[in-house]
Design a protein around this ligand. Sequence first.
Ligand code: PLP
Length: 426
Amino acid sequence: MTTSEQLFARAVNVIPGGVNSPVRAFGSVGLTPRMIASADGAHMTDEDGNVYLDFVGSWGPMILGHNHPAVREAVIRACEEGLSFGAATKREVEMAELVCGNVPNIDMVRMVNSGTEAVMSAIRAARGYTGRDKIVKFMGCYHGHSDALLVQAGSGVMTAGIPDSAGVPKGCTLDTLSAIYNDEASVQRLFDEFPDEIAAVIVEPVGANMGVVPPKEGFLEALRAMCTKYNAVLIFDEVITGFRLSFGGAQEYYGVDADLVTYGKIIGAGMPVGAYGGKREIMENVAPLGPVYQAGTLSGNPVAMAAGLAQLTVLHEQPKLYDELNAKGDWFFGEVSKIAEKGKIPAMVNSCGSLGCLFFTDIAVTDYESAKTSDTEAFAAYFRYMLDHGVYLAPAQFEAMFLSVAHTREDLIGVLELMRAYFAGE
Ligand SMILES: *Cc1c(COP(=O)(O)O)cnc(C)c1O
């Protein structure tokens, strides 16, 4: 038994499924998880000393690569000053100013501790602001594990084959309406039916929890127009795309304005941070300023803020990092696409900048239904081959591959050679 296997055998006794988040389980690829001991740059090392080129990047936060010196040093310095005060701090002000000053439409922002919390709070703010209850979400979009949003939620839920979660009372999802991604007519039908009852439309501006599904041209613009027309709040869930597609996230990348935006992942640089922000007239409803209650003992935690602020500062000061990262993604996923086209196994690629996904299907993936045509057994075989050859992919078909600043061209050329061999049936 490897050390990873020994640890996992202990883990399953004391942690449900042996993992603290289901997407980390290797069940759908027929393996047990590698226990990661450390990571640096684009690589992770497991407890047995195996080194992997990492395409998960902690599910997105590690856009600068693991263990980036600026982030590490900021955290160490912050630790020396104390771990938590439960009081207002200078770093929170600096963080909020950096976000509000450089992201479109963010007049005010509130820090929380995860993406789940950010979305839950943004929905409450939208409901409080509009005085309406219903929300529209898209099938295959994931917005965290809060009750109201765990409806056809893609990703982890998708792989497990659970349509919804047990333990969510029916009442909690009665006001959650589902629409089809990339199909604005499906949203229009909901507005036709409930013109004065929809508080918000929430969308992943690039679907990244059903594999990667970019928005069709005009889709986000259509959502913007409908929300304006029906006085509903447009929420971009930028937990993945925020500070990744560009510093201003999908709003800046696609030039479409949201009313509220949710963040997670990159904003904490690997520490547990989420945030929601947006138009002043909406955010002014949040307590203690307004009647929408939302709070957090550890929100804006000084160590977490130090990490996030250090990462965002590097990204903000070097905007060309985005040009380089997006160009690297376009090139790499373009090459993967060519390999998939020529290969003996049906596969196709979707990508957007540094996010990409290889779907084991031969039809174009534009929404949840088409994503589900993927052959998850074929994915599992491919995953095992890549892992055996030192490439750590997310252990499920419906997850993104995350590129970071730290992935070198040489790293990626090596991966392309592996893929070529695999798809040629070698
Ligand atoms: C990861 C994710 C979330 C949830 O964030 P957590 O920090 O895992 O709670 C919400 N929305 C999107 C789009 C995500 O990818």
